[in-house]
Design a protein around this ligand. Structure first.
Ligand SMILES: Cc1cc2nc3c(=O)[nH]c(=O)nc-3n(C[C@H](O)[C@H](O)[C@H](O)COP(=O)(O)OP(=O)(O)OC[C@H]3O[C@@H](n4cnc5c(N)ncnc54)[C@H](O)[C@@H]3O)c2cc1C
Length: 393
């Protein structure tokens, strides 16, 4: 099979690009194989681009802290002098109106602080209204805020990783088969619609299509593919541009400024899982729903909604790739040597890409052991899909 590489990465979204960067940094010659005509065309281009360390599981907190530190220093760490990934550390503000909200958020903040997130703040309802006057609802009982959270440009980050990796980019090239050496129990490369490619390491980073790609090797991934919308308001004078990402903890509706307008989203519980899609159809009612959703805690959104022109609003949809415990799948398949995953980010694949890509490379090169990997494929086999975990967003 020719040509050959040390590693082939299937998928040119942010997690494929981050995989390539960290593998190349470890000395591997990489190729990114991307079905579409450009990188960052699928889920990566449709996200809210948020990044936060406010998680509840220690492994997630650690991965997001590592990732945020990387993004803060992206140009230097990638060697791309002056490269700007548009990091805005305006914070993440979680709000609740629940009667037991103060108790629950206080406990969560204490647990996060114990994990080393010393800069997460618990806020009473009055403190929320004083510090963030647009979060004016009298019903708000408590909030949690971390200034170091925020957002960045996912598009720039994806292209930055890809450029810094020096990887060969095979665009308009779909992987249609995985070459498995059955006698040796290892991967030998991939079949594409433009011919075969050989490599001893193959990484599946195909976003919502990862399950389909894994099935080419007879591997089943327990992924749920769920539509999510993002609304962009191009420009509006009433949106406070110094606001953080503001999240209604009770419903999941959230918004943030995006100069000179805003971005809004809501991971609504009633969306059924579906098949992976390139063009995800948009629910025309979503704009109204999300405006009502954010208005609940931030009443100025009613005035925005009343004065909004149709040409100021843009709605798009993508898909979350969700695992049973909302944690990504990073690292090797236990039986097929050389087959790896970097997928299943469950709605957090932008913020986690640097930490996830670094871990993937450490697992591929043997620097890290899969036995100590909280994101291993292996864990999925023992996971009770109904096991409770606290999803923040
Ligand atoms: C509305 C919305 C809001 C979100 N908000 C956030 C947020 O605030 N913060 C955050 O961290 N995350 C967020 N996410 C999630 C985030 O966007 C994803 O986790 C991330 O983009 C996943 O990147 P990826 O590289 O894994 O997958 P993708 O970006 O989907 O890339 C996968 C690539 O694989 C390619 N591919 C698939 N099959 C093949 C094949 N057979 N051969 C070759 N190529 C193939 C696809 O064409 C695609 O380009 C959001 C997602 C949505 C939809």
């Amino acid at each position: 099979m020719t040509p050959s590489f040390d590693a082939i990465i299937i998928g040119g979204g942010i997690n494929g690009a981050a995989s390539a960067f960290f593998l190349a940094r470890a000395g591997l010659r990489c190729a990114i194989v991307e079905r579409l005509p450009a990188l960052a065309r699928l889920t990566t281009s449709r996200s809210m681009e948020g990044m936060r360390a406010q998680f509840v599981e220690p492994e997630n907190v650690a991965m997001m802290r590592e990732s945020i530190a990387f993004y803060q220093d992206f140009a230097e760490r990638t060697g791309l002098a002056g490269y700007d990934v548009g990091v805005h550390q305006q914070g993440y503000l979680f709000l609740t109106t629940a009667a037991d909200g103060p108790q629950r958020l206080r406990q969560r903040v204490a647990a996060q602080r114990a994990m080393g997130l010393s800069d997460v703040e618990f806020l009473s309802g009055d403190e929320v209204r004083r510090r963030f006057p647009y979060a004016a609802a009298e019903e708000i009982t408590a909030g949690a805020f971390r200034q170091g959270d925020g957002w960045l440009s996912a598009h720039e980050a994806c292209f930055g990783f890809a450029r810094a990796s020096g990887a060969t980019m095979l665009l308009n090239t779909a992987v249609i088969g995985l070459a498995i050496d059955a006698a040796r129990g290892c991967v030998a490369g991939v079949e594409t619609d433009r011919g075969p490619l050989a490599a001893p390491q193959v990484i599946i980073a195909a976003g919502p299509y990862s399950g389909r790609v894994a099935s080419l090797a007879g591997v089943e991934l327990p992924l749920r593919i769920v539509r999510r919308h993002r609304v962009t308001i191009g420009q509006h004078p009433l949106v406070p541009q110094d606001a953080p990402m503001v999240i209604d903890q009770d419903t999941g509706a959230h918004w943030r400024p995006e100069k000179p307008g805003a971005a809004l989203a809501w991971a609504q519980a009633h969306e059924p899982p579906g098949e992976p899609l390139d063009d995800v159809p948009v629910n025309p009612r979503f704009v109204h729903e999300v405006l009502e959703g954010v208005y609940r805690l931030c009443p100025f959104w009613l005035e925005v909604a009343e004065t909004l022109r149709r040409d100021q609003v843009f709605v798009q949809a993508g898909q979350y790739t969700i695992t049973p415990d909302d944690k990504p799948i990073i690292g090797p398949h236990p039986e097929i040597a050389g087959l790896h995953f970097n997928t299943g980010y469950s709605g957090h694949g932008i913020m986690a890409a640097p930490g996830g890509g670094r871990l993937l490379a450490d697992l591929v090169t043997g620097v890290a052991s899969d036995d100590a990997n909280p994101f291993s494929f292996r864990r999925l086999r023992s996971l009770d899909a109904a096991s409770g975990h606290q999803r923040l967003l």
